[in-house]
Every structure is written in C-alpha cells, then in structure tokens.
Design a protein around this ligand. Sequence first.
Ligand code: MG
Ligand code: MG
Ligand code: MG
Length: 307
Amino acid sequence: MTVYVTGHKNPDTDSVTAAIAYAELLKANGQDAIASMQGAMNPETETVLKRFDMAAPEIMTDAAGKTVALVDHSDLNQAPDNINADNVVAIVDHHKIGDVTTNNPIFCCVKPVGCTGTVLKQLYDTEGVAVDPKVAGLMLSAILSDTVNFKSPTCTDEDKKAVAELKEIASVTDTDELFMDMLKAKSSVDGVPAKDLLNRDYKDFDMNGNKVGCGQLELATLDQVAAIRDDLYKAMEEQKAAGGHHTILLMLTDVVKEGTDLVVLSDDPSLVEGAFDGKLEGNSMWVDGMMSRKKQTVPNMQKAFGC
Ligand code: MG
Ligand code: MG
Ligand code: MG
C-alpha cells in the first residue's frame, strides 16, 4: 500500500516540505510513501528546495482510489479532489481540526504550534528517527516561513526549540539570512499577474453561510505593490463575481513594520471595519500588528459574522 502524503491546495512551503518530511518518516518506518503536492510550488518554496538540493514532490490533485496522509490541513475543501474518507490514514497538522471524518481510527497528530514542521520534528524525535540534514533544512525553512521568523502570534516556544535543533542538523548558521532569502523570493511581484498574486496564498472560508476569501501577500515593504494596487483590486472583483463571495480580503503584510494593509471588497464593508476596529480609506485600512490570517484575520471575521 502506497501512501500519498499531501499538503493543502495552493501549496505553501510548510505544505510541500511537510509532505516530504512525513513521507520520509513513513519510509523510515517501512511504509511505502510518496510526497505529493496539489499544484505548482510558490517562488519561496522553489528557493527553499533549490537551496537544500531537494527534488519537488509530484503533483497529485485527484485522490480517487489513493491512500492519503494529510499534512498542514484537515479541511475537505483544501484536500485533493475525490478524496475518500476511508482512504485517509493519517493527519499531521497545526490548524484547527477540519471536517475530514474517517470511518476507522487513524494516526492523527495536531498541535497548536506555528508550523507542521515543528509537529514533525517532535514525531521524528518520538519515533527515534534521525532527520536527514536536507530534510531538516526544509523543515527549518517551513517553521521560519509559517512563523514569519518568530514574529507571528502563532509562534510558540516549541517552534523555537525545533528551529534550534534543526539548524544544527542542517548546518545552517544564520536563520535570519535564510528567512530574508525566502522573503525576497516570496515577496517578488515583478511580472506576476495580479490574479496569481491574489491567489499566491489564498483560502476560502464559510462563515455562517457566507463565502469569505482571504489572500495574503507578505512583503518586505508596501512599496513593492504600490504600482499594482488597482490591478490587485480588479483581480479581487473578478474573483468575487466568479465565486459569489460575500467578502474578499487581501492582506498586504509588511513583515518589517509588522502590520497589514487590508484591502477589502465586501457586500458589507462596515462589517469588516467593525471586525478590525478600523476605518477604510479608499478600499483598504492599515491594521497594526496584523500578521496572521489564521490567528487574527479569520477569527475576527468569524466573530463579526457571529460564527
Ligand atoms: Mg500551510
Ligand atoms: Mg503550516
Ligand atoms: Mg502559511
């Protein structure tokens, strides 16, 4: 039996590297496992795999007939198409429990930490399996990415401990340099169509029957997108019209200033203003300290929708 290990749709660095790391752990335990991802890698992930000289996982978007392990998600709408609950054998994640329901007991390890890479490091330790140095580099990169170099409110002491241990294994001396290298790749917008930028790190949510989309662009400075704001807004309008959303948000996150310029397209803009206790200027508002979609943007919106 071959287990396809896969992260979520619109794969980010954690999704891709966690698939590799968990597949390696399963293989170390005698399982036949294949790391996969549900689409092309983003530029940050490409940079990371290149840096640590690792091959990209294979692309797998249809899970029909396949045995699957889910990493970095447990929501059906983020899982591969045609997934069969009977064929999900494991979940390793750091998000809220999603709606994947199984008919049999499965291996499930979900912890409230900043990154799946941290959960995986602990699993390797628990099972007494040594982490390959290249794989350690990937897991390290994922933790720095997901925790925004420890600045995200999702970051925990467990993430910092995992980074301290993984950097030794991977022989990485300067994690700040690694993070800036990723940030440069991730935040590059040159020549990228607005639609692709909106969807670079984008998720849809159901909030009390309302479809709410939220994308995030992590930037070294807002100047990077100054010239393409109109294009981004137009891409949001097209996506909202096609998807029937109540609201689409685009978080333009300034990683250095530690805040987000939140671009809002909504049937009820005042609801969004209320959610963040802010006032729109044009179609956006600066929300100081907003770094995490998962921990800040989504919960505030859910509260505003009475979820
Ligand atoms: Mg992720
Ligand atoms: Mg993650
Ligand atoms: Mg992420």
